[in-house]
Design a protein around this ligand. Sequence first.
Ligand code: GMT
Length: 381
Amino acid sequence: MRIGISCYSTFGGSGVVATEVGKALAARGHEVHLLSPSVPPRLLGFEDRVLFHEVSATPYPLFEAEPFSIALASKMADVASNYGLDIMHAHYAIPHASAALLARMATDGKLKIVTTLHGTDITVVGADPSYLPMVKLAIRASDAVSAVSEYLRDETYRTFQVDRPIAVIPNFIAPFTGQRPDCRSWLAPCGASILVHISNFRPVKRVLDVMKIFEKVLAQHPTRLVMVGDGPDRAEAEAYARQKGFSDAVRFTGKQLDIDTVLACSDVFLLPSATESFGLAALEAMAHQVPVIASRVGGLPEVVRHGVDGYLEPMGDTDAMANDALTLLRDRNLRKTMGAAAQERALTTFAEGPVIDQYEALYEQALAKPKTTVDLSAGSR
Ligand code: GMT
């Protein structure tokens, strides 16, 4: 098949999943066209059968903001007709799915649209009245739709009252090579334990909770905290560490392409989010044998088994999360047992192969749908 994949190129779960899906499809012989504002972080090297198309919206003095959605739809229509695409796979509903609807109209209804819902496109921003009608239309009018967890599928039905099948296709772990350089001596000198958090530091990630958990742990156990990523709440988290006098024990690394190296030398992963449709970062930690302590919210219970791969606690309960962390850091055997269970689950239940099979099946379903009729005759009179 010839498949277009449209996604954001910022550090975020949807761009990671979209890029890894594209690479895996290309490895199976499909021709993949990635459309994004810049090269997504996971498209690191040359990949056979993967072509990249940069989407840029030309500024014009009249615009208050460049109409990215229109530029994206135009690029989709261009690539679809010039390369004969069969499918446009939109990752994250806003604006990728609605732009794909426009591109389908512009290509006489031949292009099939597959939309993958990732999280806040449904649970936070998608439910906002300024976007809701268009997100709802995109969900209804796509040829096939998937959500990354049962939780997200159910939230989609609840919020948008749509009556159509939505497949659940989870996030997955792309194969990675086992050995990584040891960064422990720099991140945690003198044999301290390492807690790690990876995110885009948006309010939904509750990074201040990460700091509070660490503060409680540090009071009882020699530990370092590694904060990977960047975003709006980073400054507040850094200020908290300085104000409480433990900033020397925290490394804010900023955005990192190579999270595998950091995870390979970490002891416990913290994800105290307010909501999380799946929690790809948690799954990536599990793949590295790192037990996860997370909020019991959204799709996280579908990923992390409480007491098996880590612990799930009520959102905001930093005392419980700190106690869990101390339990794990003080008991090397428990940590090893949970880490091994977590890795086994990540690499089997969430292995790449079966997930890509599911996406291919979804594409087949979309291709079997009749062509969408586009009647533009009224406009040509
Ligand atoms: O930042 C992004 O690219 C998407 C982001 C979001 O906020 O929607 O992440 C979501 O998609 C990931 C990949 O499917 C999931 O693993 C994350 O749990 C989900 N984030 C949230 O639901 C907060």
